[in-house]
Design a protein around this ligand. Structure first.
Ligand SMILES: Nc1ncnc2c1ncn2[C@@H]1O[C@H](COP(=O)(O)OP(=O)(O)OP(=O)(O)O)[C@@H](O)[C@H]1O
Ligand SMILES: [Mg+2]
Length: 292
């Protein structure tokens, strides 16, 4: 098996408030492989966001190691982390975090500015990405002129436009209705698989988590269990092909069904939720911190 793209070793995060100690992460160990759609699932307060923030280098662990693409995240300085995130990581937020005064194209093109990509190419890539997420008709719309689901599609396009190796998403469908949630989830899954990216999604919803290739169940800062769906599928396929080899099957008489075309996106939530969260400016499309 290939080397894991993310390795978390014996990770602890203990918050001290007065005399009270909160063990938000209480000894966590796991690996995530390239191309996996990994879901971290658990109830409110179980430590999901803490874990994601730690992997993204937004918070320092109390103890333990986080190795991403061969680099120790916990040892990096703030400015090294800014550069690391820009080079390797995309983020999708629950509250979209779009710039309200910019159009969809401008929002999606923003991360490319930090990479020094020229204006024409930025726009071309933003347009391509917006088409991919089904927003051809909304290129010039500002966030306030779009539904929640549409805004989240812009958020996805913005996270993926730089073609990051790793995409982190904290409850990306938390503000959406159930139909839009499934559309957005399938969209994320499709793009991430097509581009061979590694996706880590946090959710409190077991059903959503069941779409993951790897499902990490967390409770009170500890891992309860890890399901490896890919390994399960491969094992089942191996058993099936062994059975097939033992007993040759007659040729199929009917032609296989043609592949079903993807359904067009229908957005039914004309609700606008203003983006509010204390994320670093460079992740939300704001100005980049000066490099050292
Ligand atoms: N900055 C902080 N200071 C003190 N305690 C914190 C801090 N951040 C998180 N915690 C505590 O750590 C624990 C885990 O919090 P975390 O935000 O990771 O949970 P979560 O699984 O993401 O929950 P939710 O589903 O509600 O978002 C909680 O008990 C929380 O109160
Ligand atoms: Mg959380």
């Amino acid at each position: 098996m290939e080397r894991p793209v993310i390795r978390v070793k014996d990770l602890y995060k203990i918050y001290t408030i007065g005399t009270n100690k909160v063990r938000a992460l209480n000894g966590v160990d796991f690996s995530i492989h390239k191309g996996e759609f990994c879901c971290i699932v658990g109830t409110s307060g179980s430590g999901k966001s803490t874990l994601l923030n730690m992997m993204a280098g937004l918070e320092k662990p109390t103890k333990g190691e986080i190795i991403i693409a061969g680099e120790h995240i916990e040892k990096k300085s703030e400015s090294q982390l800014v550069n690391f995130r820009q080079a390797h990581v995309g983020f999708i937020f629950q509250s979209y975090n779009l710039m309200q005064n910019l159009t969809a194209i401008e929002n999606v093109a923003m991360p490319l500015t930090f990479q020094g990509v020229g204006k024409k190419e930025r726009e071309a890539r933003a347009v391509k990405m917006l088409k991919l997420v089904g927003l051809s008709k909304y290129m010039k719309h500002r966030p306030g002129q779009m539904s929640g689901g549409q805004q989240q599609r812009v958020g996805i396009a913005r996270a993926l436009v730089v073609n990051p190796e790793i995409v982190f998403a904290d409850e990306p469908t938390g503000n959406l209705d159930s139909n839009t949630t499934m559309e957005v989830l399938h969209l994320i899954q499709k793009i991430v698989h097509e581009q061979q990216q590694t996706m880590i999604m946090v959710t409190h919803d077991n059903h959503l988590a069941s779409y993951g290739d790897r499902i990490i169940h967390i409770s009170d800062g500890k891992i309860l269990k890890i399901e490896d769906k890919r390994a399960e599928r491969e094992a089942a396929a191996a058993v099936a092909s062994e059975e097939q080899a033992a007993e040759p099957v007659p040729e199929a008489e009917t032609a296989p069904e043609p592949a079903k075309e993807a359904e067009p996106f229908t957005i039914t939530v004309p609700e606008y939720d203003p983006a509010k969260s204390g994320v670093p400016a460079e992740m939300a499309g704001g100005p980049k911190k000066k490099k050292n």
